[in-house]
Ligand binder design. Structure first.
Ligand code: 5GP
Length: 126
């Protein structure tokens, strides 16, 4: 079934200005803000402004301009929070959860950028 976007999700409300957020960066097509329940000293959520549910949805249907803008924003954020190894930072992890097995809570595509401490193994095996 094709993706159906629920415009009542919490990030849609943030984009409409109905819920406040701690903005890190805003560009033409992208918004980045701090996670309300941070899992690391720096925990930034990067979201496209367009109505995309998951990474694969975004990659399949977003315009080239949206896709470029999003990833340039990621680069800028890594620089801003001092995490990019290429800029002397100690590194970061970028995670996106999709659907049921990915345990996605908010059905608006978002990339978590986590930094500021050693982040341990990628996944717990169980
Ligand atoms: P997911 O599990 O969908 O990958 O991650 C959703 C993330 O959104 C969680 O890390 C959660 O803490 C964050 N979150 C949920 N509601 C809000 C909110 O109202 N504001 C902000 N800034 N983050 C939120």
């Amino acid at each position: 079934m094709p993706y159906q976007y629920d415009d009542q999700n919490i990030f849609a409300k943030i984009l409409r200005g109905e819920i406040p957020n701690d903005t890190v960066l805003e560009t033409e097509h992208t918004l980045a803000f701090r996670d309300i329940a941070p899992k690391a000293p720096d925990h930034v959520l990067v979201i496209p402004k367009g109505p995309y549910v998951t990474l694969d949805h975004f990659c399949a249907e977003a315009s080239d301009a949206e896709i470029v803008d999003f990833h340039r924003a990621v680069a800028e954020i890594c620089k801003m929070i001092g995490a990019g190894p290429g800029h002397g930072g100690e590194g970061f992890r970028a995670i996106t959860n999709a659907g049921e097995n990915g345990v996605q809570e908010v059905p608006h595509y978002h990339l978590h950028i986590l930094a500021g401490r050693p982040l341990g193994p990628m996944l717990l095996m169980r």
